[in-house]
Design a binder for this molecule. Structure first.
Ligand SMILES: Nc1ncnc2c1ncn2[C@@H]1O[C@H](COP(=O)(O)OP(=O)(O)OP(=O)(O)O)[C@@H](O)[C@H]1O
Length: 639
């Protein structure tokens, strides 16, 4: 329990006095005219809560950051910068003040609440396309350009400090380490540069190494726009390749090469050349080789986006097959350890940092290069749960967790427990119309066309939407109804011909789902999109594995995302079809219930994979074998 957790009286509480800590305020606590809804998390110098204006149970959410200590200079710096840098991609400052908790005055600031996830979480929870990432890059660069125009620097740019909202808009947070002309110094010596070493430019790394060797001798580092742009390069290198770039300690050996890094396209061949060159320029070893400024580069990326072809709409990563978790790289062997010669400490530290860096890169290459659908689904579920928790029950989880720390103090245990009882179930709990819940609902295709036509504001989930689940749910097998005896015996014969794994698939898989009617909303949407019954077009069976019609692909039962490779009606090339496959019969049966255009608009549809009868196995002895390129057919009811 913190020493600055005085006893305060909870307004209106009749159960006596409870102890509060600025780091764990329970829901319902009033901080001036703000009422705590939940705890969002804690950082280096404060704790952030979701709050509402007191007395407005259904009011809008805000984020309130409460300083741990009074007179925190980083805190004042954040307020000053947020007041200076007003931009749509910079989190908006609403107000600031100081709140008295016992004898201590805690500074606080209130910002707009961003219903989103960090840039890295956003990327991990989906398999983004180059276009999506480039759009985020433009927004981030424009936010930084706005700061630079005001003579300000963020100085701690990284994916964790960028929130991506459900509508794809980004907000740059955490300006506490920032700088502006005339700002008072943050630390007594101002020696250590701010930010995280992984994002340090080569110049900053070098400065730090020298400063450690000659403490007190060095002028403070003059962090510049070029350092900020380097940090953007590190962040986007990671987003586009799933790996951080190597720390650049030494100038590149090739005199003409501006950096000593691997071409990004060796790490991810799906990356468009233009984006690769943008990131490599951001990561140039010498500051003068980096782009001139954030605004100029934002314009450049915008122009590239305007003429980008469909390669920019393919997911950036493969879906990974499960591999043995037992494999290890030799890089995971021992770290550099042992006695150190006097004077060699810094060198050893650098060697270790390099080594750790290398290990990280190998681990990431091995684990993340190919996305694992299970991990991605788990990350998405976590993200959704976190978003829900923020507004609703999570606050009480946080409270419980916080309470655990405070349990040591018996008074609080009793106080909180009694308070909970007193509070009753309907107290400050937020209403069910909270934005996070809305986000989830928005992802579901709507039944009416006017809704169906409206752009969806969230990146569509990788898992099927509720309606898709309902449309696709596998009901009790009805083989006799849909497979003729001849067909069934043929299927059984096939099953008996193949190996053990396939036999298991034959035994366990659903042949095909029940017939079901196409929802009115989908029929109407398809009319609007000029998609006539019986019509169809070519698709990549698996949007993540484009390939020729002659090449075989083994599909499994479950969700599938295919991609249009020819325009059809008003659906452009690159439209993604979300659906499900069944592989248990003599043919693969597939149903698509949602079409997602490259511009992220989404429509309910009723399409089948192949034709009405499904898609015959491409190879007679391989259940689930189809071709990389196939086709779909428009239906008005699923057969
Ligand atoms: N305006 C906001 N809207 C929604 N969530 C926010 C907002 N500001 C911060 N958060 C979230 O609150 C949590 C805590 O943020 P905070 O800035 O206090 O610490 P941090 O960013 O985790 O750490 P540090 O500040 O040391 O880098 C983070 O998960 C952050 O994403």
């Amino acid at each position: 329990m913190s020493s600055e957790s005085p006893e305060v009286e909870r307004p209106g509480a009749e159960l006596g006095r409870i102890l509060l800590s600025a780091e764990w305020l329970p829901p319902g606590t009033r901080v001036d005219r703000w009422e705590v809804v939940g705890r969002l998390g804690a950082g280096g110098y404060g704790t952030t809560y979701s709050v509402r204006r007191a007395g407005r149970m259904r009011g809008r959410l805000y984020a309130l950051k409460l300083s741990r200590r009074p007179g925190e200079r980083w805190f004042a710096r954040e307020v000053a910068l947020l007041a200076r840098v007003r931009h749509r991609s910079v989190v908006r400052l609403v107000t600031h003040g100081a709140w008295r908790l016992g004898p201590v005055e805690h500074p606080y600031l209130v910002m707009e609440y961003v219903d989103g996830e960090s840039l890295y979480d956003w990327a991990l929870a989906r398999n983004p396309t180059a276009r999506q990432v480039a759009r985020l890059l433009v927004q981030v660069l424009e936010a930084l350009a706005a700061a630079h125009r005001e003579g300000a620097l963020h100085r701690d740019f990284k994916g964790d400090n960028v929130l991506v909202a459900a509508d794809g808009k980004v907000k740059l947070l955490d300006w506490g380490a920032g700088w502006y002309a005339g700002a008072p110094s943050l630390t007594a010596t101002a020696q250590l540069p701010p930010g995280s070493p992984r994002y340090y430019s080569p110049q900053l790394l070098r400065w730090r190494a020298l400063a450690e060797r000659r403490p007190g001798d060095m002028e403070p580092y003059r962090y510049a726009i070029s350092d900020e742009l380097y940090a953007v390069g590190v962040t986007f290198h990671h987003l586009l390749t799933d790996q951080y770039p190597a720390l650049q300690w030494l100038a590149p050996q090739e005199p003409l090469s501006p950096h000593g890094l691997h071409p990004l396209r060796e790490l991810n061949p799906r990356l468009p050349g233009v984006l690769e060159s943008v990131v490599l320029r951001l990561l140039a070893f010498l500051p003068e080789h980096r782009p001139e400024g954030a605004a100029v580069l934002a314009g450049e990326v915008r122009r590239a986006l305007a003429v980008a072809d469909t390669a920019w709409d393919a997911p950036l990563f493969d879906w990974r097959e499960r591999t043995s978790s037992g494999s290890r790289t030799t890089f995971e062997a021992a770290e550099a350890r042992g006695p150190v010669m006097p004077g060699q400490e810094v060198a050893l530290r650098e060697a270790r940092a390099r080594h750790v860096e290398e290990v990280h890169r190998w681990r990431e290459a091995r684990e993340l290069r190919h996305r694992d659908p299970e991990k991605v689904a788990a990350a998405e579920a976590r993200a959704l749960a976190a978003v829900r928790r923020r507004g609703t029950s999570g606050s009480s989880h946080s409270l419980i967790r916080g309470g655990l720390g405070v349990l040591l103090v018996g008074t609080l245990v009793a106080g909180l427990t009694l308070w909970k009882l007193w509070e009753g179930p309907s107290s400050v709990r937020p209403d069910s119309t909270l934005a996070p819940v809305k986000t989830v609902q928005l992802m579901a295709p709507s039944a009416r066309l006017d809704q169906a036509r409206a752009p969806l504001t969230g990146t569509p989930p990788l898992s099927p939407t509720q309606q898709e689940k309902e449309d696709m749910s596998i009901r009790a097998p009805r083989q006799t109804a849909v497979v003729s005896p001849a067909g069934r015996s043929q299927a059984l014969k096939r099953c008996s011909l193949v190996g053990a794994a396939a036999l298991a698939a034959c035994a366990g898989s659903q042949v095909r789902p029940d017939p079901s009617r196409c929802p009115d909303g989908a029929l109407e949407a398809m009319r609007e999109l000029n998609m006539e019954k019986g019509g169809g077009a070519d698709i990549y069976t698996d949007a993540n594995l484009p390939g020729a019609a002659s090449k075989e692909l083994l599909v499994r039962e479950g969700p599938i995302v295919s991609m249009l490779i020819k325009r059809f009606g008003k659906l452009p090339v690159g439209t993604r079809l979300h659906g499900r496959l069944w592989t248990g019969g003599p043919q693969v049966t597939g149903r698509y219930t949602r079409a997602e255009l490259p511009d992220r608009r989404s429509y309910p549809v009723c399409l089948v994979f192949g034709n009405i009868d499904g898609f015959e196995w491409a190879s007679p002895h391989t259940p689930g074998a189809v071709t990389h390129t196939a086709a779909f057919t428009v239906v008005d009811s699923f057969p």
